[in-house]
Design a protein around this ligand. Structure first.
Ligand code: CMC
Length: 390
């Protein structure tokens, strides 16, 4: 079998060729299909960026309108999917519900993998139904009646409306809040071979259906070292605040390998200078909070923590900087989104990236992903069973 090279965590192993997203971790550069993330945030909305990420080029006006209408047409999830949620306990984590329902979509919307038109429809169904299902997760857990998509508003506005609108407490679609969510969704749209994208490709390489592959990506995202970090950051900031704001104590804890505590929202496998997404979010956190008239002590604490860490040789030597998850939770919180929904928000934003990675994989090498190992277990042993009553 030849010599096997070990690379735990795939630190130096390229798993594919890709034309979707470019990252230069030393310079803090992120581009989708060649366009800098800063320009995409400024000049597009989430749907336009999603189209770009998935199909490789910016849509014309007609293509954009068609894309929006097609997504709206496929946005109604089958009632059977909502009934699945009824089996879950009331205090379930929203990601448990959302991740469970995804592979079941194939039961309701099976398609012929060899027919490109049907594959396209599966993609539109995901883009249309996932925000609705994500909103239903939230509403089911609260015992609220479910809302349906309104195609006359933007993807971000529709999601906020779907999730938080109640007749008794009409959710105000403040344009600043909608803009902030749109920006957050754009910032999460894709990030090359991160854990969840690599999972989607790995699972997809077995030629399982798209829904099942995306479900795998969603589960991978849930982990605290990946998309689950945004929830953990906010919980960490709350703990530090309630502990008298003793930042140094938590920096020391993060430096102590025995403690098992890490500074959540800090560090990145690829970015070794700064995370451009974190820079953009930090700028907007100030703007959104001041527009909303919110003076959140957690934002002040987050800034102090960042500054203290960036002046500490442990973090400087290891090139550990705030990542996308460090400030996103503070904006979500200001928008009234509960902490346990943060990773769901990430999943809604990352959907185009997973779809794009899956499409690119399908159109390239169709070889199954199958890493090798270095076996360290027992050599051949003689078997002497100790069980008498087989
Ligand atoms: N706090 C304290 N020490 C850290 C941290 C941290 N957040 N991150 C890395 N280190 C240390 C680590 O202990 C190691 O030290 P040493 O060289 O002395 O053994 C060194 O820095 C390198 O870390 P690593 O674990 O080898 O780095 P990695 O590339 O395997 O992991 C990471 C990257 C993002 C998982 C990690 O930095 C981490 O756990 N961060 C906290 C969780 C987090 O914020 N995740 C979100 C990532 S960005 C968005 C996303 O993917 O969803």
């Amino acid at each position: 079998t030849g010599l096997i090279t070990l690379d735990p965590g795939y630190v130096n192993t390229g798993s594919c060729e890709s034309s979707i997203t470019f990252i230069d971790g030393e310079k803090g550069i992120l581009r989708h299909r060649g366009y800098p993330i800063e320009d995409l945030c400024e000049k597009t909305d989430f749907l336009e960026t999603a189209y770009l990420v998935i199909y490789g080029r910016l849509p014309s006006q007609a293509e954009y309108d068609r894309f929006r209408d097609d997504i709206a047409e496929h946005s109604l999830p089958h009632n059977g999917l909502s009934r699945m949620f009824e089996a879950f306990p009331k205090d379930s984590h929203p990601m448990a519900l959302l991740a469970s329902v995804l592979p079941s979509m194939y039961a309701y919307y099976p398609y012929d993998e060899n027919d490109p038109a049907q594959v396209d429809k599966a993609i539109l169904r995901l883009l249309g139904k996932i925000p609705v299902l994500a909103s239903w997760v939230y509403r089911k857990l609260r015992g609220w009646p479910l809302n349906y998509s309104n195609p006359d508003q933007s993807y971000a506005a529709n999601f906020l409306d779907l999730t938080f609108n109640t007749p008794a407490n009409r959710f105000k679609l403040d344009p600043d809040i909608v803009k902030a969510l749109d920006l957050l969704l754009i910032l999460h749209a894709d990030h090359e071979q991160n854990c969840s994208a690599a999972t989607v490709r790995m699972i997809g390489s077995s030629q399982v259906n798209l829904y099942a592959a995306i479900a795998g990506g969603m589960c991978s995202l849930w982990g605290p070292l990946h998309g689950g970090a945004n929830q953990k950051v906010l919980e960490m900031l709350e703990v530090i605040k309630n502990d008298g704001g003793d930042i140094q104590k938590y920096l020391d804890l993060a430096k102590d390998k025995e403690s098992g505590f890490r500074l959540m929202g800090f560090g990145h496998r690829v970015y070794k200078n700064f995370d451009p997404r974190a820079r953009i979010i930090k700028k907007h956190a100030d703007r959104v909070l001041s527009k909303l008239g919110i003076n959140d002590p957690l934002l002040k604490l987050a800034k102090e923590l960042e500054e203290a860490a960036l002046n500490d040789s442990y973090f400087v030597d290891r090139k550990l900087y705030p990542n996308v998850d460090f400030y996103s939770g503070i904006i979500y919180k200001a928008m009234g989104i509960p902490t346990e929904m943060f990773t769901v928000m990430f999943a809604v934003g990352r959907l185009p990236g997973w779809i794009a990675q899956w499409r690119e994989m399908q159109s390239g090498s169709t070889r199954i992903s199958r890493p090798r190992q270095v076996y360290q277990g027992e050599t051949r042993r003689d078997l002497m069973s100790m069980v008498k009553n087989h």
